[in-house]
Design a protein around this ligand. Sequence first.
Ligand code: PRP
Length: 183
Amino acid sequence: MPVRWRRELTEVLLTEERIARRVKTLARQINRDFTGRDLVIISLLNGTVMFLADLIRHLSLPLRLDFIGVSSYGSGTESGALVFTKELRLDVRGRDVLLVDDILDTGKTLTKVLAKLRPLRPRRIKVCVLLEKKARRTESVRADYVGFEIPDKFVVGYGLDFAERYRHLPFLGVLRPEVYEVP
Ligand code: PRP
C-alpha cells in the first residue's frame, strides 16, 4: 500500500491492476450481451465516477449516458433515508438500459431506483455493479454483472467514499475503524 495511506487504511483489498482486468472482462460481456442494441447507460452518482469512466471506454456499442443522483443521508456506515438529488433526463421507453452502481450492499438503493425506472417502460434493464456485499442484503434485488464479491468491510477508493473523502484512490482499500468510529 502507498505509504501515504498507511495511517488511514488497513489493507488494499483490490489493486488498480486487478480492478482494471475485471472491468475489461465485464465490458466484454456487456458488448456481447447487447450486440446490435442502442444502449442507455444510467449511472448512479457519485460512487460510480471511476468505475463508469473505465467501463465505458471498453464498450464498443452505440450508447447514451445519463445519471441519477441518489444518496443515503445516513450517519457513518449505516444507510439512512434515500434522497434523489438528480433526476433522469433521457427517455428510456423501449430502450435497453444498463444500470450501473459501485456497490450493492443492502439493496435499498437499487430497489428504489428500479421501482422508479420500470414504469418508464424500458425494453429491459440489466444491473451492473463493481462490488457486492452479500452479507448485508435486506432486499431481494440482484445484479446481472458483478465485478467482485467482497467481505463486509468498510471499503473506500475507486469512487467509494467515507464522508466524501477517498474517492480518488485508484485502488480499493479498507478504512481503519479509528477513522470512521466516533469516539
Ligand atoms: C452507496 C453506493 C450505492 C449504495 C449501496 O451510495 O454508491 O449506491 O450506497 O447501498 P445499498 O445497497 O445499501 O442501498 P451512497 O448513498 O453512499 O452515495 P454515493 O454513491 O454518493 O457514495
